[in-house]
Ligand binder design. Sequence first.
Ligand code: SF4
Length: 374
Amino acid sequence: MLRLQAPLPDRYTLATPEQLDEWIRAAKATLGSKLLVLGHHYQRPEVIKWADARGDSFKLARFAADNDQATDIVFCGVHFMAESADILTGAHQRVVLPDLNAGCSMADMADLDQVEECWEALADVTDVDRIVPITYMNSSAALKAFVGEHGGAVCTSSNARAILDWALARGDKVLFFPDQHLGRNTGHQMGFDESDMRVWNPRHDLGGLEERDVKDATFLLWKGHCSVHQRFSVEHVEAFRAEHPGGEVIVHPECAHEVVELADRVGSTERILEWVEAAPPGAVLGIGTEIHMVQRMATDHPDKTVVSLDPLICPCSTMFRIDGPHLAWCLEALTRGEVVNQIVVDDRTAEWARVALQRMLDLPGAPTAAAKVD
Ligand code: SF4
């Protein structure tokens, strides 16, 4: 999805890190409690150090919603997260994304046109009233609205199983987008196997499937993935185990199923943080998630060995777009009363997206502001 970020003035691109720090500090002091800076765990150090709250996407959106004192919310994350924050915050609050090009490659793998075409194609061969559409939190507001309008719900990586149980109590099948891996891993966790699942490729007629496949499948998994988590491989796990025979492998459920099968623990971003914190001194942990978070956990826990399973650096390149210059630029603009890069979800989309989010929240054990979700 094309989002155009205007080039920054030279003042920011030519500034030293010390100057940027000074300007950010001054802007935060000027804006005071009117400002809330939110930082996703995958943000780089020069950005995350300015965050008033850290967390995963849903936790940060709820944090914004629970803080109605702040009128300007600067979301250091990616586009779908800023949209969710806008949906969940009040009319007096404005959400700013420091770089409009900070999208999510996974969220961009399913757009509304493709999903609507998919739904129409499914309606030609089966009863769509028996299909429950579920979208991962990591999707555009338009897709959250689509599932809201079609009887479905949003899920996160920590509650995907509860949401899919709910969906299959309401229908015969689930259309799950945009991450095939989270859908597949959750389906296996629920006791289904590959024969119950089909991958829907939006580039092909009827998703590249036969009518029989659509009828037989319980899970129609959108052909999307996270470019960060899909990098982790069986070879990475084997290499880690060979080097650290007593080590523990912890991965995110956006990893491929064969990697998840080999892991000792599988959990959301917040769960991974908890497990690392709870590990005893001397523990050796091989982690399958974004590198900035892994490096931060290693720094924060010098008594443990925390390493990435992938020896090659694997940052989230879109999260990485948020940097000191962009943060300083949007904060200084706010001190002048200018709002740059505001993310606004239109009323109709927000209304249906809220329905889909609310269905998730209404489930027992649903995430709260202090929840553990990706
Ligand atoms: S880590 Fe993956 S899912 Fe998360 S924002 Fe980056 S590309 Fe999207």
